[in-house]
Ligand binder design. Structure first.
Ligand code: HDE
Length: 704
C-alpha cells in the first residue's frame, strides 16, 4: 500500500501516513487511496483535486515573458497562503498544547451529578493549552508573566472547559476593567513596545490606581511567573464554581491542578538568558518530555465549601482577588491528568482550540463572581471573531466526542449536512429529531437572588491588602528578596516618578519592610505616604502552601543535567556522572565545543548533544565539567565556557568538576562552596543537583 492517501469523502489531505508517536489512533482511520499513476508519493493536487505537473514554475507567456493571469495553480496557492493567519488571541496568544486524559480517582457523587466527577476509573480525553498572557504568538516562552492553564474535558455529557491560570487570584474584581488592564500591560500603542513585558509605565500606572490588584501583583512579582517548565506549574480555576447533585443541592468548589514533579521556578537572571538561548524553551521542554514518554502529570484537587462556611470566611470568595487558604479549606485530590500526546498539527489544534468558561456540563454551575460572569460572555465572542463562524464547534479539536445535535443550522463553514425537513423543535413530523432531556439535561442551580439593581461593588470586596500581606509574609526569605527585587526591576523601567512612588505607597499597606526595601532599591529618598485603605488590613496566619521553595521537590526527575567536555576529557568520569544523573531521573546532555563531539583521553570520540555556544548552562538544572588540563586551558579563553560555569554558579546550580573542570572554574572566578563538588563523588553531586544552592545567592548578587 502506498502512502498516497487522502481522507475519503471530503478529499481533504491527510498528513503523511508514516508511523508517528504523536498521531491520534482514532483519527488514523484509513481513507480511500487517491489513485495516481507512477511514483511512491502522494500526488500533489490543487484544492479541487487536480494533480500538478510542476510545482516549481508559474505559467509564463514565454521563458522570459510575463506570468499569465490564467495560472489558477499559482493563484490558488498564493491566495491560500495570504490567508494562512487567523487573528491571534488578544491575550494568551503564545501557547503550548497537548492531548491527554483525566482519570477520576475519588467520586464527588455526593456533590455533583457530572459523570466526569463521579465515575471512578473513567478516563476522559482532554486537550490542555498552557499560555503566556501579554505577548503575541511569536513572543518568547519565558517573560515574567502569568501562565494560562486551560483544559478541555471531552466528557460523555459534553465538553467542560476549565480555563484557569497558574495563579489562584486575578488583578481585577469586575470584568468591565479587563480591557483596561490588558491595554495597560500590552505594548504601548504609540510605540509598539515593550513586547510581553509588564515593566513599563502604562502597566504600573494602571496598577497604582487599582488597589484591588495588589494581591495579584505579589504573585506576579514572585518567581511563580518564571516557571522552570510548564510541567512544574500549578493551575487554578480561580473563581468559585458550583457543583450540583441529583437532589439539586449545590456546593461551592475551587479547582486546583498540582504538578507531580513539584513546583519549580527559575530566577530572573536565568530567565532572561533562557529567552535568548531558547525562545521556545517551554514548548520544546514539553515536546521532548512527551516524546521521551515522561508524560507531564497533575493531580486535580478541589476545595469544597458551603454557603454557610463561606459566610464565615474573613473575605468574600466571590472576589477573584482572594484565595481560600488551604489551611482554611483543605484540598481533596480527586483525580489526575496525564498529557501523553503531542498534537498532529499546531495550527489545527493548539491555535484553533476554543475554550469558553461557559462550557460546563450538567452538575457544574457558575458562581456570582463578577469576573466569571463577564468571562461567560467574552470567550464565545472572541471565538466568533478569531475563528470567524458560529460553527467553530465543528472544528475537530473543538467538537464534543459524545453525540450532539440540535436545530441550529447553516452559517459560515457549515461542515454538516443535516438531512430531512425538520429544523425546529417541538415538531410532530419527525420521530428521531433531538428533544429536551428533562431528567438528565443541564439545569442551573436554583439560587435565590434579592436586592437592588445597580452598578455597585459589594462592601465585602473592599479589603485589597490583607491577602497580599499574607502572601508576602508566607514566603521564605529568598522568595521575599526575589519579590522585592522584581518590584525594583520593574519600577526602575517606569519613567514617571509619581507612579513608582504610588506603588511603594501601596506596598506600605502590605508590608513596611517590603516597602522600605523597594524604596531603597529605587533610591526614593523619602518614603511616599500609604494610601488610605478602604478596609482595615488584617494579619492572616501565614500559609506555607503559598511558597515555591517549600513545594519544590528535591529530585532530578524531569530535570536536565549538562556535562561540558572537550578534547582530552576522561571518558570514565563522564560515564560515571552520566549514569548517576540518568539513574536519578535526569535527562543528560553532552556539551562540547563542536557538535561532532570530542576526542577523549582514551582516543575514542564522544558525540555531543549540543554545541557549547548554543547550549549554555541556563538550559540545565545542574552541570558537570569534565576536562583535561589542556582542555581547561583552551576553554579558559572561550567566553561561552566561562559563561557556562559562571552562570551555573550564579543561578545557584550544582557544579560537579574533575581536576580539569576545577581549572576552568578558577579561570571563571567560581569559588568552591557546598554546591561545587568533585565530579567523581557522584553521591555528593546528585544530592547537590537535586536542589538549588539558595544560600549562595547573597554571594553572587545584590538583592533588594
Ligand atoms: Fe481570559 N480571555 N479573560 N482569563 N483567559 C481569553 O479568550 C477574559 C481571565 C484565560 O488557551 C480570551 O479564547 C476576560 C481569568 C486563559 O485559548 C478572552 C476576563 C482567567 C485563556 C478572555 C478574563 C483567564 C484566556 C482570549 C476578565 C483565569 C487562554 C482568547 C473577566 C481564571 C485560553 C480566548 C486558551 C483567554 C477574556 C480573565 C484565563 C479575550 C473578559 C480570571 C487560560 O476571551
Amino acid at each position: 500500500m502506498s502512502k498516497n492517501e487522502t481522507t475519503s469523502g471530503s478529499g481533504r489531505r491527510k498528513r503523511e501516513a508514516g508511523p508517528s508517536p504523536h498521531q491520534d489512533p482514532q483519527s488514523a482511520a484509513g481513507g480511500e487511496l487517491h489513485q495516481i499513476a507512477g511514483g511512491e508519493h502522494a500526488a500533489l493536487t490543487t484544492n479541487q483535486g487536480v494533480p500538478l505537473s510542476d510545482n516549481q514554475n508559474s505559467l509564463r507567456a514565454n521563458p522570459r515573458g510575463p506570468t499569465l493571469l490564467e495560472d489558477f495553480i499559482l493563484r490558488e496557492k498564493i491566495t491560500h497562503f495570504d490567508h494562512e493567519r487567523i487573528p491571534e488571541r488578544i491575550v494568551h496568544a503564545r501557547a503550548t498544547g497537548a492531548h491527554g486524559f483525566f482519570e477520576l480517582t475519588e467520586s464527588l457523587e455526593a456533590y455533583t451529578r457530572a459523570r466526569v466527577l463521579t465515575e471512578v476509573g473513567e478516563k476522559t480525553p482532554v486537550f490542555t493549552r498552557i499560555s503566556t498572557v501579554a505577548g503575541g504568538a511569536g513572543s518568547v516562552d519565558t517573560p515574567r508573566d502569568v501562565r494560562g492553564f486551560a483544559v478541555k474535558f471531552y466528557t460523555k455529557e459534553g465538553n467542560w472547559d476549565l480555563v484557569g491560570n497558574n495563579i489562584p487570584v486575578f488583578f481585577i474584581q469586575d470584568a468591565i476593567k479587563f480591557p483596561d488592564l490588558i491595554h495597560a500591560v500590552k505594548m504601548e500603542p504609540d510605540r509598539g513596545f515593550p513586547q510581553a513585558a509588564s515593566a513599563h509605565d502604562t502597566f504600573w500606572d494602571f496598577i497604582s490606581l487599582t488597589p484591588e490588584s495588589m494581591h495579584m501583583v505579589m504573585w506576579v512579582m514572585s518567581d511563580r511567573t518564571l516557571p522552570r517548565s510548564l510541567r512544574m506549574i500549578e493551575g487554578f480555576g480561580v473563581h468559585s464554581f458550583r457543583l450540583v447533585n441529583d437532589a439539586g443541592e449545590s456546593t461551592f468548589v475551587k479547582f486546583h491542578w498540582r504538578p507531580k514533579l513539584g513546583l519549580q521556578s527559575t530566577i530572573w537572571d536565568e530567565t532572561v538568558k533562557i529567552a535568548g538561548a531558547d525562545p521556545d524553551f517551554h514548548r520544546r521542554d514539553m515536546f521532548e518530555a512527551i516524546a521521551a514518554g515522561a508524560f507531564p502529570e497533575w493531580d486535580l484537587a478541589v476545595q469544597l465549601f458551603t454557603e454557610e462556611e463561606a459566610d464565615g470566611f474573613p473575605f468574600d470568595h466571590l472576589d477573584a482577588t482572594k484565595l481560600i487558604p488551604e489551611e482554611l479549606v483543605p484540598l481533596k485530590i480527586i483525580g489526575r491528568m496525564v498529557l501523553d500526546r503531542w498534537p498532529n498539527n499546531f495550527f489545527a489544534e493548539t491555535e484553533q482550540v476554543a475554550y469558553c468558561p461557559s462550557h460546563v456540563v450538567p452538575g457544574i454551575d457558575f458562581s456570582n463572581d463578577p469576573l466569571l460572569q463577564g468571562r461567560l460572555l467574552s470567550y464565545h465572542d472572541t471565538q466568533l471573531s478569531r475563528l470567524g463562524t458560529p460553527n467553530f464547534h465543528q472544528i475537530p479539536i473543538n467538537a464534543p466526542k459524545c453525540p450532539f445535535g440540535n436545530q441550529q443550522r447553516d452559517g459560515q463553514m457549515q461542515m454538516e449536512q443535516p438531512v430531512g425537513r425538520i429544523a425546529y423543535e417541538p415538531n410532530s413530523l419527525s420521530e428521531d429529531s433531538p428533544r429536551e432531556s428533562p431528567a438528565g439535561g443541564f439545569r442551573s442551580a436554583a439560587v435565590a437572588e434579592t436586592g437592588e439593581k445597580g452598578r455597585v461593588r459589594a462592601e465585602s470586596f473592599a479589603d485589597h491588602y490583607s491577602q497580599a500581606r499574607q502572601f508576602y509574609v508566607s514566603q521564605t526569605a529568598h522568595e521575599q528578596a526575589h519579590i522585592a527585587s522584581a518590584l525594583v526591576f520593574e519600577l526602575s523601567k517606569v519613567e514617571h516618578l509619581h507612579v513608582r512612588e504610588a506603588i511603594v505607597g501601596h506596598l506600605r499597606n502590605i508590608d513596611e519592610d517590603l516597602a522600605q526595601r523597594v524604596g531603597a532599591g529605587l533610591a526614593l529618598g523619602k518614603m511616599p505616604k500609604a494610601p488610605v485603605a478602604a478596609a482595615p488590613v488584617q494579619d492572616m496566619a501565614p500559609s506555607p502552601a503559598l511558597q515555591i521553595i517549600g513545594k519544590m521537590k528535591d529530585t532530578l526527575t524531569g530535570r536536565a543535567v549538562g556535562i561540558l567536555i572537550a578534547d582530552g576529557s576522561d571518558g570514565a568520569v563522564i560515564e560515571k556522572v552520566r549514569k548517576a544523573a540518568t539513574d536519578a531521573g535526569a535527562a543528560v546532555k553532552i556539551v562540547a565545543p563542536k557538535v561532532g563531539g570530542a576526542n577523549l583521553a582514551d582516543g575514542s570520540l564522544m558525540a555531543a548533544d549540543g554545541q557549547l555556544a548554543g547550549t549554555p548552562s541556563v538550559l540545565f538544572d545542574a552541570v558537570a565539567v569534565v576536562l583535561s588540563d589542556d582542555g581547561a586551558k583552551t576553554l579558559a579563553l572561550e567566553g561561552a565556557a566561562i559563561d557556562f560555569v559562571r552562570d551555573a554558579f550564579g543561578h545557584l546550580k550544582a557544579i560537579g568538576a574533575d581536576q580539569g573542570g576545577h581549572v576552568l572554574l578558577r579561570s571563571a572566578n567560581v569559588a568552591r562552596d557546598a554546591g561545587v563538588v568533585d565530579a567523581s563523588d557522584d553521591d555528593a553531586f546528585i544530592a547537590a543537583a537535586k536542589t538549588r544552592q539558595w544560600d549562595r545567592e547573597k554571594a553572587v548578587r545584590t538583592l533588594a
